[in-house]
Write a protein of this length. Structure first.
Length: 212
């Protein structure tokens, strides 16, 4: 369905994009610092599922609407930014609970909730939508037919690469969290830094992108 040279070229471009920390990576790092490895990896899965929904949307033609409509683009961007800020504020307010969590006294963080929040961030990322809308069609061989299936396959390849790279970021950040956990004061810093990083990320997402 896809020629080897097209697939390899797409993999190379995807890897270059993914290894540079973007909204999803920074969100995973914030979760790793605030809640640890399990939360980070669960968030990676949620982000990936959300991103693949964007792939499906682009393959079915929604991406072209976002690409042409500044109103739709801005709406998605602000929704995603607002959700990040909300999660960041919540993390800052609950930073004192980290000490109890390490001592085994804190409430367990539900995997379903973390998966759902990661999914929401992934699916509300307008930069990913625009990237898919602009890049995926360039690697489709229309002469071979099955255009939608080709785009879905390319999106799947992108997300497999993203899972590996984002997981490495999350595991690295969670390893640093262990060092912070040795001091009660560091625990509060972990929650504060993780929350502030999410807030800052939300502000950056809201402030960037096209304005036409």
């Amino acid at each position: 369905m896809l020629s080897a040279d097209r697939l390899l070229a797409f993999c190379a471009m995807s890897l270059l994009l993914i290894v540079v920390p973007g909204p999803s990576v920074l969100f995973v790092i914030g979760r790793a610092l605030a809640q640890g490895r399990r939360a980070a990896l669960t968030t990676v899965v949620g982000n990936t599922l959300g991103a693949f929904v964007l792939v499906v949307a682009v393959a079915l033609g929604v991406g072209s609407v976002v690409e042409r409509s500044a109103i739709v683009f801005t709406t998605l961007k602000l929704l995603g930014a607002g959700y990040l800020v909300y999660l960041g504020i919540k993390a800052v307010r609950r930073r004192g609970a980290l000490r109890a969590s390490f001592a085994g006294r804190g409430p367990a963080h539900g995997g379903v909730r973390m998966l759902r929040e990661g999914f929401a961030v992934g699916v509300a990322n307008p930069k990913t939508m625009v990237f898919f809308a602009a890049v995926l069609p360039q690697f489709v061989d229309r002469a071979r037919g099955h255009v939608v299936l080709q785009m879905l396959l390319l999106g799947l390849v992108f997300n497999v690469i993203a899972v590996v790279c984002d997981s490495v970021w999350g595991l690295t950040a969670s390893a640093a969290r262990t060092w912070f956990a040795r001091s009660p004061r560091r625990l509060s810093l972990v929650g504060g830094v993780g929350g502030l990083s999410m807030i800052g990320l939300g502000v950056v997402v809201a402030a960037t992108g096209r304005s036409d």
